[in-house]
Design a protein around this ligand. Structure first.
Ligand code: SF4
Ligand code: FES
Length: 358
């Protein structure tokens, strides 16, 4: 099998974050500051990524601006020739810092939105005053002329705010909004009883997105991740394992996706020990579920196997204990009916939120 180079790299610069969203995709065991990669390490990783063929780097976390050297890191990534996207809550940004990031070569900002008003956003983010700060930062970004995408993470508690989130994206001058229903990994798993949307909510969200895409064509691009526990076919998670992107964690561990460490039997390489290209092409974790050879039935003989690659390996692991199983979101999975029942029962539950704390 010919393996193409990755297009994108998610650089998880730190797990530190002032917010404590109850669906955070970071692992349950957060990496401590003392073992984070240094500025020099990241500079080398950015160069290796560009040499490997990576085009875009998503500077993420935790909260990436919790790194004191964030401006130097942006400069290093830009100097390596990468398109730089800062994935941030905005809470730690000031006018001076935005100007410095802009001057360092930052290409784009992705600003997270936990809700469309302070009551919802601050409750979900677990950070009083966060929403007001974020709105001020959105205005500063617009004034600085930095291209911006809003990232609205949706779940049962805030799904009714979707129409307003789309309006806000237009008002704030964003060119794109990513409307992503919570994916149940990391901290979202213990919060399924609080966050799982109902089937009716999921349908209504899909209708809202379709109507807004039509109405705002040429004004706003809407990317949409639907509620997959209620879906018929799974998403092509990561565009297929080890095919388009890689993640580097704060301590330099290289993962095929952000949740891959949930698959306990895999071994992962670290950029401190091996070059990025060698890890991408030869790393055991990257080759574990590449292509379609590893598949079991019903995926193995399915016409969609090169469309969705059997769904999400981490979800198959989390729900069935077998990462090579068909993602139970798929209607052809023998476990699909059980997942649908589970989704209904979580959607009816009235659990309290469990917050992450960095
Ligand atoms: Fe995708 Fe496998 Fe379902 Fe076919 S059986 S649609 S490949 S998840
Ligand atoms: Fe890991 Fe989907 S989150 S493959």
């Amino acid at each position: 099998m010919t393996v193409p180079p990755p297009i994108a790299m998610l650089a998880e610069l730190t797990h530190r974050c002032p917010l404590s969203c109850p669906y955070c995709s970071n692992p349950l065991e957060l990496t401590r500051k003392e073992v984070e990669l240094s500025t020099a390490d990241w500079t080398r990783v950015f160069r290796e990524a560009a040499a490997l063929g990576v085009l875009q780097v998503h500077l993420s976390g935790g909260e990436p601006v919790s790194r004191r050297d964030i401006v130097d890191l942006v400069r290093a990534a830009a100097a390596a020739g990468l398109y730089t996207n800062l994935v941030t809550s905005g809470v730690g940004l000031t006018q001076a810092r935005i100007a410095a990031l802009d001057a360092a070569g930052l290409d784009h900002v992705q600003l997270s939105l936990q809700g469309t008003d302070a009551e919802m956003a601050d409750r979900i983010g677990g950070y009083a005053g966060g929403f007001a700060r974020k709105m001020a930062v959105a205005a500063l970004l617009r004034d600085a002329g930095l291209p911006m995408t809003l990232n609205f993470v949706m779940h049962r508690m805030n799904m009714q705010q979707l129409p307003r989130a789309i309006e806000m994206a237009v008002e704030l001058g964003a060119r794109r909004i990513e409307v992503a229903t919570v994916q149940f990994h990391g901290w979202a798993m213990p919060n399924r009883g609080a966050l799982m949307p109902s089937r009716d909510q999921a349908r209504e969200a899909s209708r809202t997105v379709a109507e807004a895409r039509d109405r705002l064509s040429g004004v706003l691009v809407i990317d949409y991740v639907p509620a997959d526990y209620h879906a018929t076919y799974p998403k092509a998670c990561m565009g297929g394992w080890g095919s388009t992107g890689l993640n580097v964690t704060p301590d330099g561990t290289v993962l095929p996706c952000h949740a891959a460490q949930e698959i306990r039997h895999l071994t992962f390489d670290n950029v401190r020990d091996r070059g990025l290209a060698e890890i991408w092409y030869d790393g055991a974790a990257f080759n574990a579920y590449r292509g379609t050879e590893w598949m079991q039935e019903p995926c193995r003989s399915c016409a969609r196997k090169a469309v969705d690659f059997g769904g999400c390996r981490c979800q198959a692991m989390a729900l069935l204990g077998d990462p090579a199983a068909t993602d139970p979101v798929c209607v052809k999975s023998p476990e699909h009916a059980r997942l649908a029942e589970m989704a209904e029962s979580f959607a009816d539950a009235r659990a309290d939120l469990v917050y992450r704390h960095a």
